[in-house]
Design a protein around this ligand. Structure first.
Ligand SMILES: [Zn+2]
Length: 69
């Protein structure tokens, strides 16, 4: 099972969404470790930028396609 998890990047005001596999590990698909005990804070009005981790998206699409075969 996959889940999106946000990581805030300190200083840039960006929030980056990674994909994790809940059944396997707390590491994201791109290999980045995201501490489940400290989720990113919600966006404030000053942090308007959100984007998706391209490495996670690529791995996620590949994983979903694998499941369909
Ligand atoms: Zn990622």
């Amino acid at each position: 099972m996959h889940e999106m998890r946000a990581e805030s990047t300190i200083g840039t005001g960006e929030l980056i969404w990674h994909v994790i596999r809940k059944d396997l590990t707390t590491s994201s698909l791109c290999g980045r470790f995201l501490d489940p005990a400290s989720p990113a804070a919600p966006l404030t009005e000053n942090e308007a930028t959100e984007r998706y981790c391209s490495s996670c998206m690529t791995a996620f699409v590949a994983a979903v396609q694998d499941q369909r075969h």
